[in-house]
Design a protein around this ligand. Structure first.
Ligand code: ADP
Ligand code: MG
Length: 375
């Protein structure tokens, strides 16, 4: 398989601080990859390495079969859109966009044609003669996007460009950027800490933590089959019930919970859980049901209600299991209204509604020197 862009074993030190730790990542042409992670996990640093704003400490970067590791920013020709990537205040919209073509020494006619093309794409042809301070925040970001794509870059980097916009506008712009990205087929790496944005916009999501990649996968697999506790807890709300794997066969993984109750989870091939390993049964709040009696679904647990939160279209129940673990259940109001005043109930779920996660430390906390000795 040949990839359009590859980062191979990239490390970045700021003096002694190890900000990016042996990151490897491959992207196909036209793909939209989102890097998601907590603040300080190294997202911006990784983009800076790709753009060429910071040199790598070790490793290499390939773009379209060329090694760009030691190339200058302008030689890489990459399009960029940052949160604070301000437009030039003293230039009109037209000149802001034309600027990236003028420094590339293109002819006047070509520049005119290209500026018109991208202005049309962001639907702001009518604002060509305005200055940035005469535009709304959303319009400014559209112009910044037009400026980033006007020279047909091989790669587009987005670093939280929408985080300063209010929610409605942000969601609108997410769709707009996605449509433009798909229309152009431009390979894109986007950074965000907004998990909803990541889930809706991306072909794949890369979860970062403390300078390392925890998991790269499709939004669906990241949500349904998180590889470890960090990923599971980072994306969406999830219940993690501690237990020990007692049996694995082709159909089920059986897990003994702390109260000795055995739970069956469909063996979907995603977790490589082994017998006697310490694990978590991972259950999304929306995949749990309230049942009349144990046995109605493959798995069930008796619970006490700690708190009930009415949220309009849904109801959130905060429960405590008979082994003292907190379990959150979210049900559509239409299904759960009758349970709103209950103090106890039995919850259940089918074998395919849960997944198993091996209880290991996130990769960033592991002692790699020990792992190397083992190999
Ligand atoms: P994110 O974008 O995920 O919030 P950053 O890549 O900005 O994270 O930062 C990752 C880590 O590297 C942080 O701990 C940050 O303080 C540190 N860092 C970033 N840039 C520099 C720099 N120029 N000098 C020293 N440390 C830096
Ligand atoms: Mg950042």
């Amino acid at each position: 398989m040949s990839y359009y862009m590859e980062i191979v074993n990239a490390s970045k030190y700021y003096k002694k601080f190890h900000a990016i730790k042996e990151v490897s990542l491959s992207i196909s042409k036209g793909e939209f990859l989102t890097i998601l992670g907590p603040s300080g996990s190294g997202k911006t640093s990784l983009l800076k390495l790709i753009a060429g704003f910071e040199p790598l400490s070790s490793g290499s970067i390939l773009l379209n079969n060329q090694d760009i590791t030691n190339k200058k920013v302008y030689e890489r020709n990459i399009g960029m859109l940052f949160q604070n990537y301000a437009l030039f205040p003293n230039m009109t919209v037209y000149n802001n966009i034309a600027y990236s073509l003028r420094i590339r020494k293109l002819g006047k006619d070509v520049i005119h044609k290209e500026v018109e093309r991208v202005l049309k794409m962001v639907q702001l042809e009518h604002l060509a003669t305005r200055y940035p301070n005469q535009l709304s925040g959303g319009q400014q970001q559209r112009i910044a996007l037009a400026r980033a794509i006007v020279f047909n870059p091989p790669l587009l980097l987005l670093d939280e460009p929408l985080s300063a916009l209010d929610k409605n506008l942000r969601e609108h712009m997410q769709l707009e950027i996605k449509h433009i990205q798909e229309g152009l087929g431009i390979t894109t790496i986007s950074v965000t800490h907004d998990q909803k944005e990541a889930l809706t916009m991306s072909d794949r999501i890369c979860i970062m933590n403390e300078g390392r990649i925890e998991q790269i996968d499709t939004p669906l697999n990241i949500y349904k089959h998180p590889k470890n506790k960090f990923v599971a807890e980072f994306i969406g709300e999830i219940n993690l019930l501690k237990g020990q794997c007692v049996e694995v066969d082709q159909t089920y993984v059986q897990v003994k919970l702390q109260n000795n109750k055995v739970i069956s989870i469909a063996n979907d091939g995603y977790s490589n859980t082994l017998q006697s390993q310490n694990v978590y049964v991972a259950l999304r709040p929306e995949n749990i049901q309230i049942v009349k009696e144990a046995g109605q679904l493959r798995n069930s647990i008796k619970t006490k209600v700690i708190e009930t939160v009415y949220m309009g279209d849904s109801i959130k129940f905060i429960l405590e299991s008979d082994q003292g673990e907190k379990i959150v259940v979210i049900l559509p109001s239409s299904q759960a209204e009758q349970a709103i005043n209950e103090k106890e109930f039995i919850i259940g779920w089918d074998a395919s509604d849960a997944t198993v996660i091996v209880d290991e430390q996130p990769s960033s906390n592991r002692d790699l020197s020990k792992e190397k000795e083992l190999v």
